[in-house]
Design a protein. Sequence first.
Length: 340
Amino acid sequence: MADNEIATRAPESDAQEKPTEPSAGQTEEATSSQSVFPGDTPAQTGPTMGEHCTTDRPTPSGEVPTGELTQLGGVECYITKPSDYPHAPSKLLLLLTGGTGVKSTNNQLQADKYAAEGYLVVMPDQFDGEPATSTVTMEEVNEKTSWLDTIKLKAAEGIKAFTIDMWLARHTPEKVLPILHKVVEGAKEEFADAVANGGGVYGVGYCFGAKYILMLSGELPDTVAWGQAAPGDEEQGTVKRAAVLKAGAVAHGTMVSKSDLESVRSPVYIAAVKDDPLFPEDEVLTPGRRAMEANKVEHEVKVFDGVPHGFAVYGDYDDPKIKHEQSQAFGEMLSWIQRH
């Protein structure tokens, strides 16, 4: 059922500081006054990608991925399966990552967690071998940092913020969607039993990948779905393609536009972060929810308070409360796709 009320506080979350404006030269997140995706509706008039989108948390000690990197539909993918597959039936899950990509150990471990719950997980390299450049955080600047080194770090951060926007401009829906369609078609052929058992393909997405799970959960003009036109540039009367995914669950999306949510037709769960400039509530989330309600799309939205953007991506945190919310987000995303 559609969730008509956003849960605005998780019971064990920290109080989160209000975001502050960066000072000159201090850019913790790449910013943009308009969408870097040609023809796309601007997701917001602020940050586009943050530190947690492009860097991994420490990997929990002693954990090693159990899947393998292989080709599917001509695209490199990390594929991980339940331990009893194919002797026991499974369901196919498409997992789309943030900017750290398919070779990130934490992303691979995240995929393994879904596999342990009975899903055959396909995690594609949606960046065609070019994960996002990691950023320099201003937390590295402290009282022992010299004035010259501080200036250098700030300059490096500004350059890397620009680099991220350039990276985003190379990874638009026109480039990414055809890659994902190749993978889905290849998975339907290679793992037809899992697709049939689940009655379709499920999807989960984090950060950058969340936008594309939402797009694959929606009706798209055929030319947009196959990368032949940018969103908003399609000709009037273009045939729309039905949703690729049976159901989807996403966490702290980046570059998500209001139109992405307006197009959604499959059941979706959204884990958002309170006061997250990368997924703004007033500009994107609230009007998107209203559109889904008007379109009678089954959905649930949970807003987590006191956690950073990227908290749901697997990785180690010192703060036990963030660990708790990470586990809770995983449980809720898993429960959503299990129920559908």
